[in-house]
Design a protein around this ligand. Structure first.
Ligand code: DX5
Ligand code: ZN
Length: 219
């Protein structure tokens, strides 16, 4: 089973992003997660193209872009040009889900779709066949450092049933409140990609924390 850690740049040191990119390069993280927030879909604003371009220059991992913006279809081409390998969009922001997902694929990136914790998992019926990955938010999108919502485990089971029916190759990603303690439980539940911001960057030894998340055994 695919097991990947995607550290979230949102918790990195913005005064020295190059150093954090180099740490990610040395680490066992295969992906780097980039949170783009517009202050409209979510109450917070993070960063945009110039930061993404700077980061892709220094980071040689898969660039996993999570768009928390309204009208994402307007910007997809530019995010891919700026270095996104995977683009994940919120179902809540899509006027024409099929068109937007197709656009991401046509532009040459892998396709992800995501929903906040209050959106029923069954809204993804019919869409899972169009994507490479489903991200189930385990906190409400907008801020790092929030507490993991335990109902996520039930939602993972619901999603697995849809994936089995529509697209057995689809990856499951979880984002929000992931740490060394819940990582093994999430991987055991069938999650493929764990996003972790504060748990990685606020730890004393981020590289070691990433390895621990990958290798910890479920207690
Ligand atoms: C929240 C973002 C997350 C965030 C996770 O809206 O999508 O990627 O950085 O942060 P932690 O791991 O600290 O919960
Ligand atoms: Zn994210």
């Amino acid at each position: 089973m695919t097991k990947i850690i995607s550290p979230s740049l949102l918790s990195a040191d913005f005064g020295n992003l190059q150093a954090d990119c180099e740490m990610i390069n040395r680490s066992n993280a295969e992906w780097l997660h980039i949170d783009v927030m517009d202050g409209v879909f979510v109450p917070n604003i993070s960063f945009g193209f110039p930061v993404l371009e700077a980061v892709t220059k220094h980071c040689n991992k898969v660039i996993d872009v999570h768009l928390m913006i309204v009208e994402p279809e307007k910007y997809i081409e530019r995010f891919i040009q700026a270095g996104a390998d995977i683009v994940t969009v919120h179902l809540e922001t899509l006027k024409n889900p099929f068109d937007t997902l197709r656009l991401i694929r046509e532009m040459g990136a892998k396709v992800g779709i995501t929903i906040n914790p209050d959106v029923p998992v069954n809204s993804l019926y019919g869409l899972v066949g169009q994507v490479d990955m489903v991200l189930l938010m385990s906190v409400f999108a907008g801020y790092g450092g929030q507490k993991f919502i335990e109902e996520t485990y039930t939602r993972i089971e619901e999603l697995k049933a849809i994936i089995a029916e529509e697209n057995p190759d689809c990856l499951i990603q979880i984002d929000g409140g992931v740490n060394v303690d819940n990582a093994p439980k999430l991987f055991d539940a069938g999650v493929n990609v764990l996003v972790a911001g504060s748990a990685v960057f606020n730890s004393e030894n981020p590289e070691e924390t990433i390895s621990k998340m990958l290798n910890a055994k479920n207690a």
